[in-house]
Design a binder for this molecule. Structure first.
Ligand code: NAD
Length: 292
């Protein structure tokens, strides 16, 4: 069976258009535009490009944003002070610290310093905890984007067996928590690097989410006929035919697995575009919650 492709680019464009409309309404009610502060430390080219993408996306939906850039030599203390300043700034609705941070900084300490009500990445323990217990929380944008893709592709999650491969705090764990919440109602198995007989578990999945960080890890033998396959992975592999010498691939062997899956996300153009769209949604929610 050949699969249908979940068009993440089109769905993300839809979400962004809805956010744009909601921002316009919010402003029409006399509020200022939602505002996102993005903190970028160092000169990692991938981070710089992600941050540019976020600023551009904010502008396109009518939100304000500011990128605050500092060299990698910035001290952790100075960064914590900057975050305190942004926490207290009435004009800032959402704060995002672009990861990774330079090695001399304690990522946990930095992320925990962000005021939970401005933590639009959803990495603060208060938001992570609220997500687990089903209370209102900012959900991390990537797994929230996967939920949105499933919903808008009319994938039935209720009672489905979802297998999540990966247990990171930013993708795998929140993904599993979103899928088991009442309303989503999936039965979830989480697999990771120490899982035994992973293929025997993944092959049972009605919905398979791959968030591993290993190119083409998921092969057809690991996938049930007719499954929905969501590929979160973004991996660079060498490709001399490309001008820049590489191309992006997911964690799923797309061509082979698409012969078996009913629905599948491509890389690029699947989960990736949803991440920024969901960040915009979270920033709008921060503005409307904090200034009702
Ligand atoms: P991570 O390295 O923090 O976690 C990877 C997880 O995979 C770990 O929990 C580990 O247990 C598991 N794993 C590793 N090797 C395994 C193996 N052999 N068998 C089973 N499990 C194994 O990575 P992450 O931050 O969760 O990201 C995962 C992937 O998703 C990466 O490719 C990353 O680039 C991508 N990503 C994409 C987006 C997006 O916007 N689409 C956002 C975040 C991450």
């Amino acid at each position: 069976m050949a699969s249908s492709i979940i068009d993440g680019k089109a769905i993300a464009a839809q979400v962004r258009a809805e956010v744009k409309e909601a921002v316009a309404q919010w402003v029409a009610q006399g509020h200022r535009s939602p505002f996102l502060a993005v903190v970028l430390i160092g000169d990692n080219p991938a981070s710089a490009s992600y941050v540019r993408g976020k600023a551009k996306a904010c502008a396109e939906v009518g939100m304000g944003s500011e990128t605050i850039q500092h060299p990698a030599s910035m001290t952790e203390k100075a960064l914590l002070e900057l975050i305190q300043h942004l926490n207290a700034d009435e004009k800032v609705d959402g704060i995002l610290v672009q990861l990774p941070l330079p090695p001399h900084m304690d990522e946990k300490k930095v992320l925990h310093a962000i005021a939970p009500q401005k933590d639009v990445d959803g990495f603060h323990p208060e938001n992570a905890g609220n997500l687990v217990i089903g209370q209102p929380a900012f959900s991390p944008a990537t797994p929230a984007g996967v939920m949105e893709l499933l919903k808008r592709s009319r994938v039935e999650t209720r009672g489905a067996h979802a297998v999540v491969i990966g247990r990171s705090n930013i993708v795998g764990k929140p993904m599993a928590n979103l899928l088991i919440q009442p309303g989503a109602d999936a039965t979830v198995t989480v697999c990771h690097s120490r899982t035994k007989n992973l293929a025997a578990l993944s092959v049972q999945a009605d919905i398979l989410v791959a968030a591993i960080g290993k190119p083409h890890f998921v092969t057809p033998g690991m996938v049930k006929e007719g499954a929905v396959v969501i590929d979160v992975g973004i991996n660079r592999i060498e490709d001399p035919s490309k001008k820049n010498g590489y191309r992006l691939v997911g964690d799923v062997d797309f061509h082979a697995v698409s012969q078996k899956a009913a629905l599948i996300t491509p890389v690029p153009g699947g989960v990736g575009p949803m991440t920024i769209a969901m960040l915009l949604k979270n920033t709008l929610a921060a503005a409307t919650k904090n200034h009702p």
